[in-house]
Design a protein around this ligand. Structure first.
Ligand code: ADP
Ligand code: MG
Length: 663
């Protein structure tokens, strides 16, 4: 046969012959051939390979077994031409049976299981053996004996097995901004499932797969259906870690980035360039710039790793622009992804083990944290995540892995993902008279893993409201006014370029400054009867990360005094946002509500309770008279002043004269 001969001759060329010999010596099960080499050798052969890969690969494998009699070595093909690199969502019936290449992230994976590759049957009549290659899900038996021609049933005498694994592959995030990523099952066999490869094809990894698109026969009531499900039978798989570092940066980009890094005002410019449509929130934007750049990873002598990811939490009243900010930031950062804490995809935020019929048996499925490994993820409604996710999130946010042991699957997946979380207060709005942490449905242990936390209050203020309204009108009527100074494309390159700095030293002054801040804050009130501790080692590590990120913006590998100051400023701001006084280390509600005495505070609480109770009885709008009467009953006295305060705080408003309503 012409193909067999062509394949044999090609594999006998010097380069291929050497490859085969090497594989034999190393005891490997496959040789990898470059498509370009085949194409150069004979365009007909390469063309056939693309059109009828099953047939040509068979010829290749047959030729190898002729060249090396005893070896069981398969040919694997790498580097298909551009025209065969196809997005998963664009795979169509025209691709069935053809050779294609997909770039994908592994979302789910089954266990590795043995499967029959070849059934060896015996003829009960003449005792000769009949070998049948198994290439479908159902065991195929011989229909007649090749020696004596007997028809009927043949018992299986022996079988040859192979290892198999099913993967669920999805399109990488950056290809699918805002759309549901395409998904396809992938079938891996033989040495693609050996432990070394298995690790590389665990969920969360990004790989390039060359394979043949095939149909899965579907049975409906015992009859074959005409509707098909498709999968890819992998022939070759290799990691394609397009990390930040691999964004293409031209000479011109590089010059511009270096120029930026020397600009004294670069930090301000960066802050002005992210989410310019969102008015104000400067400290948050400053934090987000540092988060995008990130710290540098540190590996301690004992092998433990200190994370470089900076996590930021934004909580706040509804409608203050949290979700909008989260989405905008994700459109800037490389490989950013916006998800909801409820786990829109069903596989949650971390990982789950589920039964999957297509992939067969128990399947490990990666959640968003794993799929966004080595990049940033926005998790809105962070407080609404499932209990399982909440538990796994502790590990993911502090050491960058997700471990799971469920059913028969035990795995540790990578999740070095920076988290930008958004959350609403438990009761819809913040109550300024209760400490912020108590109003969040997030356990303290998880809260402490955020380097910086913000609580946005929506308090009416004539001058601020006017500025905000003006900003919004301006951004609608003349969008050019809010065009970022540094375009998102260049910012992405800038961030990616800064990742080249992977070692960082603290200058003695900066180290001293950070250390003093930490020690001071911890010990300021250590002698009190009930010592209060404002910060822990977690925040100290956070300070270092933030300072490192600040130095990376300058493309500097030394943390200077100015970086330490920036980190300390943001840390203090963040602590005060949660009602913690950075000077005293105490939860200080007075600071937020400015000059309300303790007795007044309890009166305010009672007044709110009264309104809430009446609301249940009378509906949303409560007559002021009733509130006052009830206050009188409870011995609060005149509460005009308190109601006024609540109005100013935006806790209640007067929908119509004589009535109040809680916001
Ligand atoms: P949240 O998630 O905090 O409840 P959203 O992000 O959904 O709020 O914001 C509601 C709307 O108000 C959005 O359209 C947003 O653009 C707008 N908005 C809120 N705050 C600002 C702001 N500071 N500047 C510009 N637009 C804002
Ligand atoms: Mg929201």
């Amino acid at each position: 046969m012409e193909l067999d001969k062509l394949a044999y001759d090609f594999l006998m060329t010097e380069k291929c012959y050497k490859l085969i010999q090497k594989a034999v010596m190393e005891g490997r099960l496959s040789v990898t051939v470059d498509f370009d080499d085949i194409d150069r050798y004979d365009p007909f052969l390469s063309g056939q390979l693309l059109e009828s890969p099953d047939m040509v690969l068979k010829s290749f494998n047959k030729a190898i077994s002729e060249i090396e009699k005893d070896a069981n070595i398969k040919a694997r093909i790498r580097g298909l031409p551009e025209s065969r690199q196809i997005r998963i969502r664009n795979l169509r019936s025209e691709h069935v049976g053809k050779f294609s290449c997909i770039d994908c992230v592994i979302k789910s994976a089954s266990e590795v299981k043995p499967q029959i590759r070849q059934g060896i049957f015996e003829c009960p009549e003449c005792a000769s053996t009949i070998t049948v290659d198994q290439d479908s899900n159902l065991l195929q038996k011989p229909s007649f004996c090749t020696s004596c021609g007997r028809r009927g049933d043949f018992p299986m005498k022996d079988k040859k097995m192979m290892d198999t694994r099913w993967l669920g592959a999805i399109e990488p995030f950056e290809l699918t901004t805002g759309e549901q990523p395409g998904e396809i099952p992938v079938f891996m066999t033989d040495d693609l499932t050996i432990p070394r490869m298995q690790k590389k094809t665990d969920p969360g990894n990004r790989i390039k797969i060359t394979g043949i698109m095939k149909e899965i026969p579907k049975w409906i009531k015992g009859k074959l259906s005409t509707k098909l499900d498709i999968y890819i039978e992998a022939n070759h798989a290799e990691p394609s870690d397009t990390e930040l570092d691999e964004i293409e940066i031209s000479q011109q980009d590089e010059e511009q980035i270096i120029e930026f890094s020397k600009d004294k005002n670069i930090f301000k410019k960066l802050v002005a360039s992210i989410a310019p449509g969102i008015y104000g929130h400067d400290e948050i934007k400053e934090s987000l710039v540092l988060q995008m750049f990130g710290g540098v990873p540190h590996v301690l002598p004992d092998g433990s790793r200190i994370r470089d990811n900076i996590h930021v939490l934004i909580t706040g009243d509804p409608g203050v622009g949290k979700s909008q900010l989260l989405k905008l930031i994700m459109s800037i950062v490389p490989r950013g992804k916006y998800v909801s804490g409820k786990g829109a995809s069903g596989s949650g935020l971390t990982a789950t083990v589920v039964k999957n019929e297509v992939l067969g048996g128990w399947v490990l499925e990666a959640g968003a944290m794993v799929l966004a490994n080595k990049s940033i993820i926005s998790i809105d409604e962070f407080d609404k995540m499932t209990k399982d996710d909440q538990i796994a999130m502790h590990e993911a946010m502090s050491i960058g892995t997700v471990s799971i042991a469920k059913a028969s699957i035990v795995a540790t997946l990578p999740a070095q993902t920076s988290v930008l979380a958004g959350a609403n207060p438990k009761r819809g709005r913040f109550d300024p008279y209760i400490p912020v942490p108590e109003q969040l449905d997030i356990p303290e242990t998880l809260l402490s893993r955020f380097d910086l936390k913000f609580a946005l209050r929506d308090i009416p203020s004539r001058s601020q409201d006017e500025l905000l309204a003006h900003h919004i009108i301006k951004s609608r009527s003349s969008p050019e006014d809010i065009t970022p100074v540094i375009s998102p494309a260049l910012l992405r390159k800038y961030i990616s370029y800064s990742r080249r700095i992977d070692k960082m030293v603290l200058t003695p002054e900066a180290a001293e400054r950070l250390k003093n801040f930490y020690v001071d804050m911890r010990n300021r009130y250590a002698n009190e009867e009930v010592p209060t501790i404002a910060i822990t080692l977690r925040q100290y590590e956070a300070l270092i990360r933030l300072a490192e990120a600040s130095a990376k913006i300058r493309l500097d590998d030394k943390v200077m005094m100015e970086d330490a100051e920036k980190a300390i400023y943001l840390m203090k701001y963040s602590l005060s946002q949660l009602g913690m006084d950075p000077e005293t280390g105490k939860i200080d509600i007075d600071r937020i509500e400015s000059g309300v005495t303790a007795s007044q505070r309890s009166k305010i609480r009672i007044a709110i309770e009264i309104i809430e109770t009446l609301e249940k009885e009378l509906g949303k709008e409560v007559p002021i008279e009733d509130v006052k009467a009830e206050a009188e009953n409870r011995g609060l006295g005149n509460i005009d002043e308190i109601l006024e305060k609540l109005k100013n705080e935006g806790m209640i408003y007067e929908p119509r004269s004589g009535f109040i309503r809680k916001l």
